[in-house]
Design a protein around this ligand. Structure first.
Ligand code: FES
Ligand code: FES
Length: 154
């Protein structure tokens, strides 16, 4: 299931998830930066957990729920997406989908992270434009925004 929709796809045993997402399902928001599990550009959620999709075979995803950057917005932008815009957290944008997916997963686990926890949580995601300062600011802003929404709902 990808972004809430069931898909049936024939894959080779050696096909990586990232290639199937991009080439067979047309979901090109998930980028390939290195192919060696170093850069995090290919980060997606599998059963709610952040995973580098170049490290996973597509056959290992049979029956699992995958979310890509295309499926993160749910009617309106995800708070992390909004904060990346408002805090100017992207330059060329190549690392951005992976950064956002990793950050959304981090905020699911730690709702109010410190700057240090954010930097540690994103250490597997590289930004070649070195925009880390604003990326961290954006995630802090998203966390505060999400916290505000939770308190308003209580
Ligand atoms: Fe997967 Fe770089 S392409 S970590
Ligand atoms: Fe260019 Fe991160 S914004 S690689």
């Amino acid at each position: 299931t990808v972004n809430g929709r069931a898909n049936e796809v024939d894959v080779e045993p050696r096909d990586l998830l990232v290639y199937v997402l991009r080439e067979k399902l047309g979901l090109t928001g998930t980028n390939i930066g290195c192919d060696t599990s170093t850069c995090g550009s290919c980060t997606v959620h599998v059963d709610g957990e952040s995973i580098k999709s170049c490290t996973l075979l597509a056959v290992q995803c049979d029956g699992r729920a995958i979310t890509t950057i295309e499926g993160l917005a749910n009617g309106s932008l995800h708070p992390v997406q909004e904060a990346f815009t408002s805090e100017h957290a992207l330059q060329c944008g190549f690392c951005t989908p992976g950064m956002i997916m990793a950050a959304a997963s981090l905020l699911n686990e730690v709702s109010n992270p410190t700057e240090e926890q954010i930097r540690e949580g994103l250490e597997g995601n590289l930004c070649r434009c070195t925009g880390y300062h604003n990326i961290v600011k954006a995630i802090l802003a998203a966390a505060a925004n999400m916290q505000g929404h939770r308190q308003a709902a209580e």
